[in-house]
Design a binder for this molecule. Structure first.
Ligand SMILES: Nc1ncnc2c1ncn2[C@@H]1O[C@H](COP(=O)(O)OP(=O)(O)OP(=O)(O)O)[C@@H](O)[C@H]1O
Length: 330
């Protein structure tokens, strides 16, 4: 069963020139323990999608969906209190700049301690204190921090970026969430630290049957164990499906360009790439193109692209494009 089932999620906001769709009929399904990466340039709606799942969208915005279900429950039908309860119990989020999200005035021990649900420790006051201390250390151990005592006494500013991210992961998993949303968790990290954090998230997903939704601007930063990939551009879903299929034979020019951009940044691009980095810039909300929003930047665009392409499928992928690449031969 899908833990997360999103069908045609749309977020609209009223601007002086009219209503703008900042998320345009996006679909996403996620099973228990599955790792799904969302890739898109800045402004493509990745964080908005995460916020819509967590339920922290500006109340002035119009959020509609044919389905926004979590674990079989309709999130949109819940009142704010019920929604907060479900989110707080089942979901957790980590971010790009972990130190900024940790409390600068409290030690790491205090912060991890606070994240441990009260139901996890029972008995006398002394018993609870001892159990909490043990659990704090277990959590740090689980995220691969060796020098427990030193880290526990530290304040966030005293930690390296990698340790700070591990601490924020320890806090995030303290209540054993079923879904971890990781918003650019390794951006700007050194490659060795990035690899460590990626391995850690993957290990936790597998060992705790926790689903992971990873958000990134760069295909190179998706988790190596990502099973599914979704490409968003300007709030529209360009392509989604099995990560291996999308990376090997993308149907959408946007997917291809994101792969090429990523290779280019790693200096591994073959001399004559089929689609170099996209020309132009992401349009602003006030100047959203009609139809396929990639149109003005897409080298393959034709007149028909002013009409939104319907969903098309291949064996392991779904895409919205009138002129897909890598058409299967047969
Ligand atoms: N509070 C806001 N008010 C107005 N527009 C907003 C607000 N938050 C986001 N947007 C707009 O919604 C669109 C999607 O934003 P979002 O933050 O989801 O993008 P993103 O893909 O996460 O980008 P980044 O990688 O830079 O974080 C953008 O065009 C952005 O300008």
């Amino acid at each position: 069963m899908d833990m997360l089932d999103i069908r045609n999620l749309t977020i609209e906001l009223d601007m002086p020139q009219g209503r703008v769709r900042i998320l345009d009929r996006v679909n996403l399904q996620l099973k228990a323990g599955e790792i799904h990466s969302i890739v898109g340039e800045s402004g493509s709606g990745k964080s908005l999608l995460a916020k819509a799942i967590i339920g922290v969208i500006n109340p002035a915005w119009r959020v509609t969906a044919d389905r926004l279900w979590w674990n079989g429950q309709d999130l949109l039908a819940m009142d704010a209190k019920a929604r907060r309860f479900v989110t707080g119990r089942d979901m957790a989020m980590i971010f790009q700049d972990p130190a900024a999200y940790l409390d600068p005035n409290n030690t790491i021990e205090q912060q991890i301690n606070e994240a441990i649900p009260s139901g996890d420790v029972t008995g006398t006051f002394l018993r609870r204190r001892i159990d909490r201390k043990t659990r704090v250390r277990q959590l740090l151990h689980r995220v691969g921090v060796r020098d427990h005592e030193k880290v526990l006494k530290s304040y966030p500013f005293e930690l390296s970026e990698g340790i700070a991210q591990k601490v924020s992961i320890a806090i995030a998993i303290a209540h054993r969430p079923k879904l971890l949303i990781a918003d650019e968790p390794t951006t700007a990290m050194e490659p060795s630290t990035r690899d460590q954090i990626q391995r850690l998230i993957t290990k936790l997903a597998m060992s705790q049957d926790m689903s992971v939704l990873l958000i990134t601007q760069d295909v190179a930063s998706i988790l190596p164990a990502t099973q599914y990939l979704t490409l968003l551009y300007c709030g529209q879903l360009m392509e989604t499906g099995k990560a291996s299929a999308l990376l090997q034979a993308p149907a959408h020019p946007y997917t291809q360009s994101m792969i090429d951009m990523s290779l280019q940044s790693q200096h591994e691009l073959p001399r004559k790439s089929r689609l170099p980095t996209l020309p132009g810039a992401v349009p602003t909300l006030r100047h959203m193109p009609i139809g396929c929003r990639l149109g003005p930047r897409c080298p393959y665009a034709q007149k028909q692209c002013v009409k939104a392409p319907p969903a098309a499928t291949r064996e392991q992928q779904l895409f919205h494009c009138h002129y897909p690449l890598n058409e299967p031969t047969s």
